[in-house]
Design a protein around this ligand. Structure first.
Ligand code: PMP
Length: 389
């Protein structure tokens, strides 16, 4: 009937078939086979019992994952960047100060996010290949007495891990809330939200948790909850924890409809948590340590160098590798994909053009994969030398 109104013809959308590479970049990572099945489970309506039961399972799994007894634990329906928006917008009002300990790209992102919300965002930097000492942080806290401190636990742009022990107490001494990015560290690096005095964190599913991107768990401490309860500003509606907490039943059986969550992602997150619970966190952390130790040993045998000088600063999930001079990082990445079908990334932000970023985590954390990737990288190094002779 309306055919004569059509100005855009039917496009040709054909199947795109490709051989999935082994995902060994800083993320997204490969899925648990069970997660690939979980995303095909039935659609859940956001008002039925089954749906709320699944949310309850997820909240129990997240409390275990974060090691927190806090009630304000749930997941935001969007990728990791939404986690940044959510924790900042809910805890820091326009005009208040957010101190950002900056060593990589996610800290720069937090700065941009905060600025757009009218927050007085203040950065202090260290060289990207190092991590912060408590003394460095205390100097800045003393000067500014900020509402919150933002710091990244595992930095996927640099391959560093920040020691968080003692940071919560330090922040609280100055009346400051502690906000942590745990996107590429959670489940792989030990993390203790309550014991370490963390007030807010966000993470994401597509790294060591072995799920698809698009859903981002967040958690808030009692102290953060007080701030949220008493705040005078309204964060964006979609990320408002006051509503989300009612949809996720953080305070009893409230069952508010806020938005339609994605059933495949909800099922996937639940399944990722089941996998981690099956293994248990201490064993999963140990598995990452063993795998990465093997990977690093092999890389050294093949003559590769690490970007991060101090071994204790190196993140267990993402390794930043320096190539001998004369090699092109993008050419290396392309060859590894073309010849071995392994996907790794070049540098990002401060490491662009300076390193490769190789992620071996989650379902891929095994000695066999560590050996395979190191071997393929050694072959690539040899092949590119030959081609340039
Ligand atoms: N923080 C860290 C440490 C990350 O590695 C990433 C993603 N690479 C993000 C935040 C942002 O997550 P997303 O791309 O899922 O929005």
């Amino acid at each position: 009937m309306f055919a004569s109104h059509m100005i855009v013809p039917v496009p040709k959308i054909e199947d795109r078939v490709f051989k999935k590479p082994l995902l060994c970049g800083p993320g997204p990572c490969d899925l648990w086979p069970s997660v690939a099945e979980a995303v095909t489970r039935p659609v859940l309506s956001p008002i039925c019992d089954e749906f709320f039961n699944v949310l309850a399972d997820i909240r129990a799994g997240l409390k275990y994952l974060f090691q927190t007894e806090s009630n304000l634990v749930l997941a935001v329906s969007a990728s990791g960047n939404a986690g940044i928006e959510t924790v900042i917008a809910n805890l820091v009002a326009p005009g208040e100060t957010l101190l950002i300990a900056t060593r990589g790209i996610w800290d720069e992102r937090a700065y941009d996010v905060a600025k757009r919300q009218g927050i007085n965002a203040v950065q202090f930097r260290i060289p990207f290949y190092t991590t912060f000492s408590l003394e460095q942080i205390e100097r800045e806290l003393k000067k500014l007495k900020p509402t919150a401190l933002f710091i990244t636990h595992g930095d996927s742009s640099t391959g560093t891990v920040q020691n968080l022990v003692g940071l919560g107490d330090l922040c609280h001494k100055y009346g400051t809330l502690l906000i942590i990015d745990t996107v590429v560290s959670i489940a792989a690096e030990p993390f203790f939200m309550d014991e370490w005095g963390v007030d807010a964190l966000y993470t994401s599913t597509q790294k060591a948790l072995g799920g698809p991107a698009g859903i981002s768990p967040v958690a808030f401490s009692k102290r953060a909850e007080e701030k949220i309860k008493n705040r005078k500003h309204d964060p964006p509606f979609y990320f408002d924890i006051k509503f989300l907490a009612q949809q996720w039943n953080c305070y009893g059986n409230t069952r508010l409809y806020h938005h339609t969550m994605s059933p495949p992602l909800i099922w996937a997150l639940r399944c990722c948590l089941m996998e981690v619970c099956k293994i248990t966190l201490p064993k999963f952390w140990e598995r990452h340590v063993q795998t990465t130790a093997q990977f690093h040993k092999r890389l050294q045998e093949y003559g590769f160098k690490f970007l991060i000088p101090k071994p204790e600063d190196r993140l267990v999930t993402v390794t930043t590798v320096v190539l001998p001079s004369g090699y092109d990082y993008m050419e290396f990445v392309k060859y590894l994909r073309a010849k071995h079908n392994i996907l790794i990334f070049g540098g990002l932000g401060p490491t662009a053009g300076k390193a490769l970023r190789v992620g071996i985590m989650g379902v891929n954390s095994s000695i066999e994969i560590a050996d395979t990737v190191a071997h393929a990288m050694a072959d690539t190094l040899r092949a590119l030398t030959k081609s340039s002779l």
